[in-house]
Structures are given as structure tokens and as C-alpha cells.
Design a protein around this ligand. Structure first.
Ligand code: ADP
Length: 434
């Protein structure tokens, strides 16, 4: 301010001196003329710089700030400096906002920001997917008009967000979500959404498993307890033949429990590690020959057996591979009526090796195939139990194969028979040099 006045005084003084000099040589009229011309030139310069500034103000951009001269140099320079600082601040704010949005976009959980009227301001892609909304299209729309679940509407209406809300079937599928609202800023809200479908499924499987095991054990224990009670009652006279029959039934139930517990222990051991603890090069032809007599004993001469093996070794855990062959072959025996054929093969297919058990038995309807390896899944429960099945055989097979990076393929035609094939990867297979 002071500098501006000083400059004005200095210029006025200079013009006065100039006018005096002109007056001294050319007379008073010329002195006034000279002063008027100088002031006019000064005013013209000010007007020009003011016009440039006015024009800039109509579209202010940092790069186009006019450069001032004379008295205008200082304020226009200052204006440029201030603008530059502000521009830098805005840029850094924009950058941190972009960083924040990038981070929120990358979150594995869904995030939605809502205003006081619960209208969507922003949502990350996970939230779009989980809540079936479109952040761009639905911006400004009330979230309760899009997620119409009554529990969710009530949750937002009550405004008590101490516990998360569990939402089922938001997208019309079997998904399970947790939603937690967090208030922030002035009346704004952050909605955090997580997909817990997988955790829920695991928890359901665990509950089902416990219920299934209890159910499986209940029948033999009830039968055994009943017989023990009868045998222990001194008032009940039993014929020797009746007693022998009772004891045979008791032995059958004990064996059933024993098989179930053995299978449960096998499953639990398989589940406790992702890979077999010990692996060796297994001579598959001799391993299959070793298992076949047990299977034939189970068939008791009721089936015809065909065995076709190629000279290939398998790298794996022999005990686990024996349990695969036994389970598949004993299923073939149990689900094939007398007179049927059971074929066990170990062959090369492309670079893989395939262990197949084919039977000419009752077969399986297509809708059951994908669920056969679930624990306790049976097509016909009574047939499975009568034939001594625990409902865990194929679950064990599936686990062993997964540990050997192998796949289980099932082909079946009801009334004609089934083929269960274990397909082993090339890196586990070698030709057998005898
Ligand atoms: P289970 O002890 O009941 O045989 P598994 O897990 O071995 O249990 O098999 C599951 C179900 O798959 C069986 O209950 C049966 O319904 C069906 N299944 C398995 N193998 C065969 C087969 N070879 N032929 C027909 N059905 C089969």
C-alpha cells in the first residue's frame, strides 16, 4: 500500500518537474499540455492493465494470470503466487481424495456412503456387487428403495447401530451378508457390507456333521442297549437259538459303529493336513492285486471280476490309495446285484493315469452325482445301511484324491451301472520298469 502511494507521489513529482522544465523553455500553456499528456498516458496504462485483469477474472486460470508492469507488477505477482499456492493445495487435496477412493475401491468389503436422507452418495465396486446397486446410476436414490429387505429398512429407521445386521437373499440368491452402519461427519453414514456366505456354509456343514454323526450312532446304540437290557433281565427266559440270534445282531451293530468310527478317524486324519505325510513310488499293478482278494471276499462269489492294469507307477501314499480302491470297489460290490460284472482298470489316458472301477449295478440318477462326495450323502439310505455303508466312503476318496492333486469323475446310467474314475496328474505317473 505504502509503496503504491510512494510510486504515485514520485510519478506526480516527476511529471511536475517535467512540466516546470517545459514551462521554463516553452511557456505555461505547453507546461500544462505536457503534464496532461503524461497523466493521460499513465491513466491509459492503468486502464489497459485493469482491462486485462477484468478479462482474466471472467475465466480465472493460473496459467493466464496477466503479468503486470509498473504499479501493477507487485499486486499481480502476488495474485499469481496466491493462486499457485491455492492450486497446489487443491491438487494435493484431490490427490489424497483419489488415494482414499482407490483404497476404498480396493477394499474386499463393500462400502457405501449415505447422506442424512439415506441417499447413496458413493459406493465401491464390492458394495455394488453385494447389494446389486450401481453407484453411478443410483447416486442420489434412497438405499431403502433399492435394498428392500424389511429388516434392513427397519435397521436404518431405528438408527441403533451397535450390532451388525445379518441380511439373507438380498440378490435373490442364497447369499448371506452382514451390514454395519457407522455414523460420520454431520449426519452422514458409512455402510460396511461383508459377504459371509462361505463362513455360514462352513458353520452349517459343521452343525449338519455333528447332527449326522449323532444320528448314525443313535440307532446301533439304541439297538444294543435294548438287547443288553433283554439279556440282563433274569425274568426273561431265552431259547439258546434266540440268544445266539440276539448276540449276532449285537455284533452286527457293534461292527457298524466300529466302521463308522474308523471312517470318521480316517476323514479327520485326511482333513488335518493338505498333503500325505509320506509318499512313495507305488507299483500300482501289484497294489491292485493285493487289494482284490478282500473285495472278492466281500462279493462272496456273486460277481464276476475283471482287472486290467498297465505297467505304470504312481507317486503317492500307498495306504491312502488302497483306501480309494477299497472304497470304490466295495461300493461296486454293494450296489451291483448278484451276477453283475465289476471291472477295475489302471490305464494311461493322454499324459494322465486313470484308476477306474466300473460296475453293471443299479446306477445313479444324474441329479445325485454332484453331491455323492458330501459326508453322509446317500441316494438310498436304507440300501446303504443294509449293505454296511457309512455314507463316508466317497468323502474319503475325494479327500485322498485332492491330496494327490487328482480328480474324481463319475459317469452313471440308472439301471445299467456306474464308472468311478480317479484321474492322476502326469507328474505323479511313471512307466514301471520291471
Ligand atoms: P455308502 O457308505 O453309503 O456307500 P459312499 O460315500 O461310499 O457311502 O457313497 C455315497 C452314495 O453314493 C451311496 O450311498 C450310494 O447311494 C451311491 N453310490 C456309491 N457308489 C455307487 C455305485 N457304484 N453304484 C451306485 N450307487 C453308488
Amino acid at each position: 500500500m505504502q509503496a503504491t502511494w510512494m510510486s504515485f507521489l514520485l510519478r506526480s513529482l516527476l511529471i511536475a518537474v517535467l512540466a516546470l522544465c517545459v514551462g521554463f523553455y516553452a511557456g505555461g500553456w505547453w507546461a500544462w499540455m505536457a503534464a496532461a499528456i503524461c497523466f493521460a498516458l499513465l491513466t491509459l496504462d492503468h486502464t489497459r492493465q485493469l482491462a486485462r485483469l477484468t478479462q482474466w477474472v471472467s475465466a480465472p486460470r493460473l496459467e493466464t494470470i496477466p503479468q503486470g508492469t509498473g504499479d501493477w507488477e507487485l499486486p499481480l505477482g502476488e495474485l499469481y503466487r496466491l493462486n499457485k499456492a491455492q492450486h497446489k493445495e487443491v491438487q494435493s487435496l484431490l490427490q489424497s481424495m483419489a488415494r482414499f477412493r482407490d483404497a476404498a475401491r480396493a477394499l474386499p468389503d463393500g462400502v457405501v456412503t449415505l447422506n442424512a436422507a439415506h441417499q447413496i452418495e458413493w459406493a465401491n465396486p464390492t458394495a455394488e456387487l453385494l447389494l446389486a446397486i450401481d453407484a453411478e446410476r443410483d447416486q442420489g436414490r434412497a438405499i431403502t428403495n433399492l435394498v428392500r429387505n424389511p429388516d434392513f429398512v427397519e435397521y436404518l429407521r431405528l438408527g441403533v447401530y451397535t450390532a451388525p445386521l445379518i441380511l439373507r437373499n438380498v440378490r435373490g440368491d442364497a447369499s448371506v451378508l452382514t451390514v454395519r452402519a457407522v455414523a460420520f461427519g454431520s449426519e452422514r453414514m458409512l455402510l460396511l457390507v461383508r459377504d459371509i456366505t462361505h463362513e455360514e456354509n462352513i458353520e452349517r456343514l459343521r452343525r449338519d456333521f455333528v447332527a449326522n454323526v449323532s444320528h448314525e450312532l443313535k440307532t446301533p446304540i439304541t439297538v444294543l442297549a435294548g438287547f443288553v437290557e433283554t439279556l440282563a433281565n433274569p425274568d426273561i427266559e431265552l431259547e439258546p437259538a434266540q440268544r445266539t440270534h440276539f448276540l449276532a445282531l449285537m455284533a452286527e451293530q457293534s461292527e457298524r459303529m466300529q466302521r463308522l468310527i474308523e471312517d470318521l478317524l480316517t476323514l479327520s486324519a485326511l482333513e488335518s493336513a493338505a498333503r500325505p505325510s509320506t509318499e512313495s513310488i507305488i507299483e500300482m499293478p501289484s497294489l491292485i492285486q493285493q487289494v482284490m482278494p478282500t473285495i472278492q471276499a466281500l462279493s462272496d462269489g456273486k460277481h464276476q471280476f475283471i482287472c486290467e492294469v498297465e505297467a505304470l507307477t504312481l507317486k503317492g501314499n500307498a495306504q491312502e490309495i488302497i483306501s480309494v480302491i477299497s472304497n470304490l470297489a466295495s461300493n461296486a460290490v454293494r450296489y451291483t446285484p448278484a451276477g453283475g460284472t465289476i471291472r477295475v482298470t489302471w490305464t494311461q489316458r493322454d499324459e494322465h493315469a486313470v484308476l477306474s472301477v466300473t460296475d453293471s449295478g443299479i446306477g445313479i440318477e444324474a441329479q445325485h452325482l454332484s453331491r455323492l462326495t458330501e459326508r453322509f450323502y446317500r441316494v438310498d439310505t436304507s440300501r446303504s445301511r443294509e449293505s454296511g455303508g457309512t455314507g463316508l466312503g466317497l468323502a474319503i476318496v475325494k479327500h485322498v484324491l485332492t491330496r494327490h492333486q487328482a480328480k474324481l469323475e463319475i459317469h452313471s446310467t440308472p439301471g445299467q451301472g456306474s464308472t468311478f474314475s480317479a484321474v492322476f496328474p502326469a507328474q505323479r505317473v511313471q512307466p514301471l520298469h520291471e
